[in-house]
Design a protein around this ligand. Structure first.
Ligand SMILES: [Zn+2]
Length: 421
């Protein structure tokens, strides 16, 4: 990533508690603790990457040492705030546990902890990726956490909560930071584009936010790329192109052709050939098709929430219009078969895309054939109708032809010799 891509993420990195997007629980608890003077000596922030753990840790460090807080926020103007902003504070130390995981690193830290802060109220240690510490290092850290000097504040951050020893957890106040909902990220990006006077299509923002997967920072980086790629005006089409995702229409077409027993074979296999010919990743193609089917199944069952589906409303309507009447059993069957195909390609450890292509082609042809046979749920429905018809003594409907076709012989009432009244 070039430095240009970091501009938005850096420029819009929250500097105050109120700017942190959607982590109210942690923010409120920290602000209350600060106001009532009951700040703990160790905190642990956990959550997926990019949700603001280090950002929040830095804001807390600034606030704790700020000479003149304003409305419970760091002022960003005093000497202490500025040195933390510039990353050259002597009293706020950031340690990346991924590259400093050894016992000597923690021993050094333990020695260091004893000394008073140089110019601040508190000496703050921000230990990122703390789950990476070795067992020995955790034990050494624990000793410090058990008897921390009054002028020390520890802020630990991790993406892997289950790797933190219970003994460490019991010494920390733990806050879970969550992924930011897609809708909230989308709104945030919209506001930002307005501030930056960047014309952008609403649906393009949806795809950018989706790509960010709950992280404002990642979404901003992606927006930055979109600005570079699209130029003045960010359109949905261009963003999708940039995403490199297989177009939805292609999967819609593939599904239609699979469900239609008389579809043209060339048409059916076209998406696979195209992906192969353009050097696309066929493994990813299959995975994305599986994801598409998941969405189609949910839509078939009446789910429309864009957040849940990961799809904007316009696309949802399109899928509902096309597959709203398809037997849900067929869609599930399709999903299971494609899932099996994916697992098989992993199990076989296919070496190149040609091998994958062969496997996919044959599976698609076989799938279309199998789909043209009636599904179990279809047969059951017909049997039920048949049962009801017999019960009511009504004559057979045209369904009897279907019964003959699928179940073999249809037993007509009165047709069995020796059973006549
Ligand atoms: Zn300040």
């Amino acid at each position: 990533m070039t430095s240009a891509h970091l501009v938005f993420a850096r420029k819009y990195r929250p500097q105050k508690f109120k700017d942190v997007v959607r982590q109210q629980v942690a923010v409120r608890a920290l602000q209350n603790a600060l106001e009532s003077g009951r700040l703990g000596s160790a905190y642990l922030f956990f959550g997926p990457r990019g949700v603001g753990k280090t950002t929040l840790a830095r804001i807390l460090a600034k606030r704790v040492n700020c000479h003149a807080p304003v409305d419970g926020e760091p002022c960003d103007e005093c000497e202490s705030c500025i040195s933390i902003l510039n990353g050259n504070s002597m009293d706020v130390l950031e340690i990346d546990a991924a590259s400093n995981r050894g016992i000597h690193n923690i021993r050094e830290l333990r020695e260091n902890v004893k000394f008073q802060p140089m110019a601040s109220k508190k000496k703050v240690y921000i230990i990122d990726e703390v789950h990476m510490l070795t067992t020995e290092s955790f034990n050494a850290l624990l000793k410090t956490l058990e008897e921390p000097p009054p002028f020390v504040l520890f802020i630990l951050a991790t993406t892997e909560f289950n790797k933190i020893p219970e003994t460490i957890l019991s010494r920390c106040l733990v806050f879970a930071l969550r992924k930011v909902p897609l809708k909230v990220v989308q709104e945030y990006l919209r506001d930002m584009c307005e501030k930056e006077s960047i014309p952008v299509e609403e649906e393009a923002l949806f795809w950018i936010a989706r790509r960010g997967d709950g992280s404002v920072r990642d979404s901003l980086s992606f927006l930055e790329q979109a600005v570079t790629y699209c130029g003045k005006n960010i359109t949905t089409e261009q963003v999708k192109e940039l995403l490199g995702a297989v177009p939805l229409d292609l999967f819609i077409g593939l599904t239609e052709n699979l469900l239609n027993a008389s579809s043209d074979v060339n048409k059916l296999l076209e998406p696979v050939h195209d992906t192969f010919a353009t050097g696309g990743d066929l493994g990813r193609f299959v995975w994305e098709y599986l994801d598409f089917l998941r969405t189609a199944i949910h839509i078939r069952h009446g789910i429309e929430d864009p957040e849940f589906l990961g799809l904007p409303g316009t696309e949802t309507q399109k899928i509902r219009a096309l597959f709203g009447a398809v037997d849900p059993g067929k869609l599930t069957f399709l999903f299971d078969s494609v899932y099996e195909l994916l697992s098989r390609s992993y199990a076989l450890r296919l070496r190149n895309s040609y091998e994958t292509r062969v496997l996919i082609e044959i599976e698609l042809l076989s799938l279309r054939d199998r789909l043209s046979r009636p599904s179990i749920s279809g047969i059951l429905t017909r049997l039920n109708r048949l049962g009801a018809a017999i019960h009511q003594g009504t004559a057979y409907s045209p369904e009897s032809d279907l019964q003959k076709k699928f179940l073999g012989t249809v037993i007509e009432p009165g047709s069995i010799p020796g059973l006549e009244d």
